[in-house]
Design a protein around this ligand. Structure first.
Ligand SMILES: Cc1cc2nc3c(=O)[nH]c(=O)nc-3n(C[C@H](O)[C@H](O)[C@H](O)COP(=O)(O)O)c2cc1C
Length: 353
């Protein structure tokens, strides 16, 4: 049904217009408490075997919505009601900013992919904090992803991230330092360990007890993935989110600049996860994102060492019931393989001889 609506209607309109319309509809849903609760009861994961405890936070399931969809923390309750076990809001910057000129979001339907160069369009940390402070009508696990304000120079990046962290960490179930989006000039340089170390130390000093994670790019060289992993362990971070979109164009023909997500990212995202798992084992929580389309992909990531899995582009192609379907399938898959919980399956690929 969704596929029909997508090909016949949605794909004929501008991708960003459809996105704003969807967020508005979800926002509306969030102010209809009964509808929201009915959806939550039907679609949110309820199977105890799916519950995940990561860095001290309880998640009703392993599969969540990646950053970039709910940039301003407007729709996370409705998204949780649709079955995502957690919603990562943002990227949020300390100051409000408009992002890049439109068009900046492109569907590559044949590749089941998206290219975006949104450039952290968002209403800023204060506006997001006000929304996150509102009383909630249902339980929702909310991660907050923070990035650098575009006009702030690289040498003042730490102050800028700290301003967001101070405002948002107390309102977040976990906090993510995003140094991996390709659409803010110079941002990804912050992944170099000599810049990343002081940045993460600064953010950690103001994050209090909120678990802190770092989100990395798939375009890092393998040695740099290892270096970031070692640093994260050394600094006592809670985890790593891998990966953001790629500036590569594997198997894709397009002249549009920006970050590529969806199916073409799958292989590299999985490769980075395997590398991280081999390097850090269970000393960090690994959150795998990039090219996840279906239950098989989520299962593969869990077996490869991901405690949590996220997706974004898949929802554009699969529709609003995507997360709920995946969680239902996971319940069956766990039982079929004789696991009593997700945590028993995490990293199991290593244990099979
Ligand atoms: C339109 C769009 C906007 C995004 N915005 C952000 C963002 O603001 N911050 C971030 O960390 N990741 C952002 N991402 C990256 C996703 O969170 C995710 O890491 C990436 O898309 C790979 O997952 P996928 O293949 O399931 O889409 C964005 C992705 C898309 C498609």
């Amino acid at each position: 049904m969704y596929r029909f609506v997508f090909t016949q209607v949605l794909s004929r309109f501008d991708a960003e217009d459809i996105h704003h319309l969807t967020v508005r509809a979800l926002h509306l849903l969030a102010v209809l408490p009964i509808a929201k609760r009915v959806l939550h009861r039907r679609l949110a994961p309820r199977d105890e075997a799916l519950r995940v405890r990561a860095f001290g936070v309880h998640f009703p399931g392993p599969f969540g919505l990646a950053a970039g969809f709910d940039k301003n923390a407007e729709a996370f309750e409705a998204l949780a009601a649709l079955g995502f076990s957690h919603v990562e809001v943002g990227t949020i910057t300390a100051r409000p900013q408009p992002g890049n000129p439109r068009p900046r979001l492109f569907r590559l339907v044949g590749n089941r992919a998206i290219i975006n160069r949104m450039g952290f369009n968002n209403a800023g940390a204060r506006a997001a904090a006000a929304r996150l402070r509102r009383p909630r009508g249902l339980p929702a696990v909310v991660g907050v992803n923070i990035g650098k304000t575009k006009v702030v120079p690289e040498e003042r990046a730490a102050e800028d991230y700290m301003a967001s962290a101070k405002e948002l960490a107390p309102l977040a179930d976990y906090l993510v330092v995003n140094v991996s989006s390709p659409n803010t000039p110079g941002l990804r340089n912050l992944q170099a360990v000599e810049l990343l170390r002081p940045l993460l130390e600064s953010v950690k000093s103001v994050a209090g007890r909120t678990p802190l994670l770092v989100k990395i790019a798939p375009d890092l060289a393998d040695e740099d993935v290892d270096a970031v992993a070692d640093l994260a362990v050394e600094l006592g971070l809670s985890g790593i989110i891998a990966t953001n979109t790629t500036i590569g164009r594997p198997g894709v023909v397009s002249d549009e600049a920006g970050g590529l997500s969806g199916r073409p990212l799958k292989a590299r995202s999985l490769e980075v996860l395997r590398r991280l798992h081999a390097r850090v084992g269970d000393r960090l929580t690994l959150v795998s994102v990039g090219g996840v389309e279906d239950l098989d992909d989520v299962w593969e990531r869990i077996l490869a060492g991901a405690t949590l899995v996220q997706g974004y582009t898949g929802m554009i192609y699969e529709g609003p019931l995507w997360a709920s379907r995946i969680h239902r399938g996971l319940s069956r898959r766990l039982r079929r393989h004789g696991y009593r919980s997700i945590s028993e399956a995490v990293g199991a690929a290593d244990r099979v001889t």
